[in-house]
Write a protein of this length. Structure first.
Length: 383
């Protein structure tokens, strides 16, 4: 399969390198497209492939059966729509778009071209620890969920990172900050494992960086029967990464590299009903412990090719076999986390609780106002 990469900056060049080196069975790097001439010149000398300055020229040339879109967020809808309409299989980098409203337009295009494979790079889903967490919750082994907490403060980003490219951490260039860039992964995991929340209250801050968007987030998601706290930042050191889900039959924890599940023999409601002691019967409270490790093979794979390569391999298999069920995540699954992010921004701006699904039109209008404010120099803050 001839695969082209559109946008060969930090992430796109990794996809291109994996395709060029044969790390993706059945696929070869066919061409690259980038608006930056110096990036094109580098790609040409490194991989010896044809280069394009405009995605339409690349797609319409027929040089590729599939494309990977790794450009800044605002361009995803236009580029992916053009590719899908031309019958070219499309893998989009996260996030699917900046607003749920514009993402819906792209998903509509994809639905009208059901024979074209459309996937999204949600590489955190390839982490077997999160897959096991999903299986434990889905199979009911944890019982009814009573609490969830996700804290991710170990994805550090320096001022240098933000200064590398003008589009980063701005409302006009990126459509947000740490929420839309980094947290989109963890918010996708939350909705993948627990389903979509019905409401959110969120507070964002900008800490220690000269950027106009957030790099510190505290949110509380409301689910039917429980709440889930979400804490994320990209300025803290050394930081922590911990997902905790408590159910009536046990507790699971995923930290970097390890999942631990403590599974009770019976449901807490039964333990409570049987108990003739104030702190419950000691015997009834016994649990068995299940552990799973990320494993050296996965660490080595990530180091050599990046977790994203697993998503690309699955995409190529799905396109070869015309089977979207082989994808790590279908393009339309990009909507869940994006809708959560739009609602979180909305809550931060209004200072109140926001219901989900988010009012897509109202959010698009509010973002346009935020961009105007940024252009007028009012949104640049660093506390
Ligand atoms: N899955 C992951 O873990 C992961 C990690 C990093 C970045 N990303 C995503 O990858 C995408 C790119 O991020 P990055 O860090 O590589 O950015 P980057 O700025 O390093 O690279 C973007 C490239 O796109 C080019 N470009 C911009 N507009 C274009 C257009 N219209 N047509 C063709 N080329 C265009 C730029 O010249 C640049 O070379 C973003 O969506 C980002 O969120 C994903």
């Amino acid at each position: 399969m001839r695969v082209a990469v559109i946008g060969t900056g930090r992430m796109g060049s990794r996809h291109a390198a994996n395709l060029a080196s044969g790390a993706v069975p059945g696929a070869q790097l066919a061409a690259i497209c980038d608006i930056d001439p110096s990036v094109r010149a580098k790609a040409e000398s490194k991989w010896g492939v044809k280069t394009f300055a405009d995605h339409r020229e690349l797609i319409d040339s027929g040089a590729a059966d599939a494309v990977v879109v790794a450009t800044p967020h605002y361009s995803h809808v236009e580029i992916c729509s053009h590719a899908i309409e031309a019958g070219v299989h499309t893998l989009v980098e996260k996030p699917i778009s900046v607003t749920a409203q514009s993402a819906r337009q792209l998903i509509d295009v994809a639905h009208r071209h059901g024979d074209v494979i459309f996937g999204i790079v949600y590489n955190q889903r390839t982490n077997p620890l999160y897959a096991r967490a999903k299986a434990l919750v889905g199979s009911g082994q944890l019982g009814e969920i009573v609490r969830a907490d996700f804290t991710v403060t170990d994805w550090y980003r320096s001022q240098f990172y933000y200064d590398m490219n003008g589009w980063r951490a701005s409302w006009s260039g990126e459509g947000g900050g740490t929420l839309i860039n980094q947290c989109v992964h963890q918010l996708d995991l939350l909705q993948w494992i627990l389903g979509m929340p019905s409401e959110v209250t969120c507070k964002c801050r900008t800490v220690g960086r000269h950027i106009s968007t957030e790099n510190d987030v505290t949110a509380l998601f409301g689910y039917d029967g429980f709440d889930c706290s979400f804490r994320a930042s990209t300025h803290e050191l050394p930081g922590v990464n911990r997902l905790e889900i408590a159910g009536t039959k046990g507790l699971l924890t995923v930290t970097r590299g390890m999942l631990t599940a403590k599974l009770l023999k019976m449901d807490e409601s039964e333990i409570n009903a049987r108990s003739k002691r104030d702190y419950g019967n000691k015997e009834d409270k016994k649990y068995r412990t299940v552990r799973k490790f990320y494993g050296i093979d996965n660490y080595l794979f990530d180091w050599r090719m990046g977790q994203q390569c697993k998503v690309l391999r699955a995409f190529v298999r799905a396109a070869e076999r015309h089977d979207p069920s082989l994808l790590v995540a279908r393009g339309e699954e990009g909507m869940g986390a994006l809708s959560m992010i739009n609602a979180m921004n909305f809550s931060d701006w209004s200072g109140g609780k926001v219901s989900l699904p988010v009012d897509e039109g109202a959010y698009a209008d509010a973002l346009a106002a935020k961009i105007k404010e940024e252009m007028n120099g009012k949104a640049g803050i660093s506390k």
